[in-house]
Design a protein around this ligand. Structure first.
Ligand code: HEM
Length: 365
């Protein structure tokens, strides 16, 4: 087998550029949907906002992480296809090209995840594989011409199961009891049932999705080792704060879905439920895991700095403003909350680059 360094080094940077291109185009497209004026390419992408964020950015980054872990050339096809699919969407390729490339890329990632499950038959590898399968199913719905909202529960399932699986893996140091593992498995079964149901009975399916997200959030809040590490200092404490506050957003998303009789098809409650989980929960996890995952994927150190709390605080406060706008039907609050969400992501990217440069300078001394 080739060494990971031989296989991966030349691929990582262009793939990450595709992913981050998708993130920036996706945020601009989201802001255009909130009424902010953007020049034509971003404004024209408004309807691609969801796919660019969920598939072009997260799908490509997660596919890359898994390809690095697999250390086989074919694994890189997953982030390559999804990154190219996002680029095709951004540059206005005919409609089916972007969903086709992204569906193919997600099929490769599902295959990679099955390889991991076969190597190690554990609950966490199964959860990761089911997450990849959810992503593939959502992309197939999108490719088949179903409205974007029909794919959204599956994309939520992809990201939530991926994060839950990774937390379960990390909890192997302090393994949950058999009873706790059964509750975790029940939450996963509820989520999967909800997704399948949503494809046929939207309201019932997305109500059940709310219940599944809430149950999983309560499980994570109770079981995660973050409850202990939050009492520590430095990086472990920062990670724990990211995790615990992220779980609150996950719970809130479930509560909003339950309180509104499901996800709906657009509008303030849809915006609130979606972004509580996709922005509040998922990005809190990204902020917390970046100092651990980037060194593994890019072979660069990300030494902890106290200013890491800045984008996290900005994310939470801006999301509160946005959800407050959704709740009170205030378009300006919603628009400013969304804009500051974008600023939080930018501050995070710049802060991480600054930490990497500082780490590299320190290593060179
Ligand atoms: C700066 C951050 C963001 C802004 C300004 C933003 C803005 C928006 C807006 C305005 C909508 C339409 C809501 C509605 O129909 O009422 C939307 C939908 C959506 N957003 Fe975001 N969003 C952001 C971050 C994210 C992130 C991080 C994700 C992660 C995956 C995401 C995924 C989605 C999805 C899947 C939809 C549904 C797409 C659809 O129905 O067409 N968004 N977003």
């Amino acid at each position: 087998m080739e060494s990971s360094a031989q296989v991966t080094v030349p691929w990582r940077v262009p793939l990450l550029l595709l992913a981050f291109g998708s993130l920036f185009a996706g945020v601009a497209a989201g802001l255009a949907r909130l009424g902010w004026a953007f020049p034509p390419p971003a404004a024209d992408l408004a309807m691609l906002h969801g796919p660019l964020m969920a598939c072009g950015f997260f799908g490509t980054v997660i596919g890359l992480e898994r390809a690095v872990a697999l250390s086989r050339r074919w694994g890189y096809l997953a982030p390559l296809l999804t990154g190219l699919g996002a680029a095709a969407g951004i540059f206005g390729a005919p409609f089916a090209v972007a969903p086709l490339l992204i569906a193919l890329g997600s099929a490769v990632m599902a295959a990679v995840s099955v390889v991991f499950y076969r190597r190690q038959r554990e609950l966490f590898t199964l959860t990761l594989a089911l997450g990849a399968l959810c992503w593939l199913l959502g992309n197939v719905l999108w490719l088949a011409g179903r409205p974007i909202h029909a794919a959204v529960p599956f994309w939520i399932g992809f990201l939530v199961l991926t994060i839950a699986g990774e937390r379960l893996e990390l909890s192997r140091v302090l393994p949950p009891s058999d009873g706790a593992r059964r509750v975790f498995a029940a939450a996963i079964v509820i989520l999967l049932t909800a997704l399948v149901l949503s494809a046929f009975l939207w309201t019932a399916g997305t109500l059940l999705l709310g219940a599944g997200l809430l149950l999983l959030a309560l499980w994570l809040m109770r079981q995660d080792v973050a409850r202990r590490t939050v009492k520590g200092r430095g990086l472990p404490r920062f990670i724990a704060v990211c995790l615990l506050t992220g779980y609150v957003w996950l719970a809130l998303s479930g509560i909003v879905m339950l309180g509104n009789g499901g996800l709906g098809y657009g509008g303030p409650a849809y915006d609130a439920a979606l972004h509580a989980v996709l922005l509040g929960f998922v990005f809190s996890m990204v902020f917390g895991h970046a100092p651990i995952i980037l060194p593994a994927v890019l072979r660069v150190a990300v030494p902890y700095q106290p200013y890491f709390y800045l984008p996290l605080a900005l994310l939470h406060l801006s999301l509160l403003l946005r959800l407050g706008g959704d709740w009170t039907l205030s378009a300006p609050w919603r628009a400013w909350g969304g804009a500051l969400n974008g600023v939080a992501l930018l501050v995070f990217v710049l802060g991480t680059v600054a930490a990497v440069l500082r780490g590299a300078a320190r290593a060179a001394v």
